[in-house]
Design a protein around this ligand. Structure first.
Ligand SMILES: *Cc1c(COP(=O)(O)O)cnc(C)c1O
Length: 411
């Protein structure tokens, strides 16, 4: 999408607004499937939590994706988007047994990451095939918020607990049909990933009725110029060779599954905000936009970098700015950024705003969550209306303080 097209979207739908370029989602999907073309059966299950708009889910369905879900609500959203039960995997963490049973009853493949739950589920439903989530304890990336394979992680069943896991499977006679890992959100080093895959293959050998191996995700996409990204093509080549060799040894062609979120949607997204004020202090020039961490929390939550440019004045002379929001708390999107000269009323674009941006938005400061637009075939399609005051108030229950009884309570 070019700057003119983005500006037109803000003219039509106002700001702030999220815009997703469908073409970019499709090209990322194709890149991934092309990289693994040596695999007989590849399953790409899009991680719904990255961006869960129903039109995005429907679009990914047209591309051939299944979905990875982490809550029963995401499962229901996927079903509402038209996915069949067999195109959905449920990979929750820390949910109740009853939530797992609810998904399983719908015919969804479940993935269990806790021995206590595995034992309970296997005892009650020995005939339901179950996938197990293994923690190979491989550190991927450096940020402990988004690295989920390390020793203190709450995710997965530790490889050191395999003897206990095997005992549960034997005692309950349950059927393990899949084995899974999701090591974290940033695979910077393919060798680290391949090392984890070796651990998974070794574990897989102990289960005789596998149908698939799921390598999760963690593909890193570039957030700024010169950023390291996962070399999908190299990973595809190397992992496919290892996987095909494993299938030979195992004596069966298994399905290779992935569940990428960020890789598929991050770069498709732009978040467009309007500059309310340019404020010069003793040391800084602030550009204050009509948003805050209520709409895009990643920079404040994870220290994530989002490139910001001024699409209203792309050719202006560059100056240094700190781009901040309108929330009554520190909400710095970017400090000391070199951006073409900003005037009040300009539209700033945040790049890489497809994954974990809208889906983490809130109503903090009683602000409306933004509209979302899908850019498809050179046309803008509104896929979520901007909220209204009714969304802020609709679930709130007012106490009537005018009654005698309430008046007595207040005293
Ligand atoms: C969040 C999540 C993903 C997606 O991770 P990305 O880094 O967005 O690709 C995949 N699998 C599981 C189990 C997850 O929780």
């Amino acid at each position: 999408m070019n700057q003119g097209q983005l500006l037109k979207v803000t003219e039509k739908y106002g700001s702030p607004v999220y815009v997703y370029d469908a073409e970019k989602i499709a090209s990322q999907y194709k890149r991934l499937t092309d990289a693994f073309k040596a695999i007989k059966t590849l399953k790409v299950n899009y991680a719904v939590k990255a961006l869960s708009n129903i039109s995005i889910l429907k679009y990914l369905k047209t591309l051939g994706a299944g979905i990875d879900t982490v809550s029963i609500q995401e499962v229901n959203l996927g079903l509402a988007a038209g996915f069949l039960a067999e195109q959905i995997i449920f990979t929750p963490n820390g949910v109740s047994l009853s939530e797992i049973e609810e998904a399983s009853k719908l015919g969804i493949q479940i993935n269990i990451d806790n021995l206590s739950v595995l034992e309970q589920f296997g005892t009650k439903h020995p005939n339901t095939p179950v996938c197990i989530r293994i923690n190979p304890h491989v550190m991927a990336g450096g940020n402990s918020n988004i690295s989920v394979g390390h020793i203190d992680s709450k995710f997965g069943i530790s490889i050191h607990q395999i003897p206990h896991l095997l005992r549960i499977v034997e005692n309950t006679k349950m059927n393990i049909n899949g084995i899974h890992m999701h090591t974290g959100s940033d695979i910077l080093d393919i060798d680290v990933f391949l090392h984890a895959s070796e651990i998974l293959f070794n574990t897989a050998k102990q289960f005789k009725d596998l149908e698939f191996i799921d390598f999760g995700s963690g593909f890193k996409v570039p957030y700024k110029a010169g950023d390291i990204e996962t070399n999908i093509e190299e990973l595809g080549e190397k992992l496919s060779a290892k996987f095909n060799a494993f299938c030979k040894e195992y004596g069966k062609d298994l399905t290779l599954a992935f569940e990428p979120g960020k890789f598929l949607v991050s770069e498709s997204g732009s978040f467009l905000t309007k500059v309310n004020a340019v404020k010069q202090t003793t040391s800084t020039v602030f550009a204050q936009v009509d948003s805050g961490f209520n709409h895009l929390v990643r920079p404040m939550f994870y220290g994530s970098h989002h490139d910001i440019d001024n699409i209203s004045n792309p050719k202006g002379r560059e100056r240094f700015y700190s781009v901040v929001g309108y929330i009554c708390e520190t909400d710095t999107f970017g400090s000391n950024r070199r951006i073409t000269e900003i005037n009040e009323g300009d539209i700033l674009r945040f790049k890489n705003a497809g994954a974990y941006c809208f889906s983490m938005a809130s109503n903090y400061n009683s602000r409306f969550r933004p509209a979302e637009v899908l850019w498809l075939n050179n046309e803008a399609h509104l896929i979520r209306k901007r909220e209204t005051f009714d969304d802020i108030i609709k679930n709130q229950v007012e106490v009537d303080f005018s009654t005698k009884k309430a008046k007595a309570l207040v005293k």
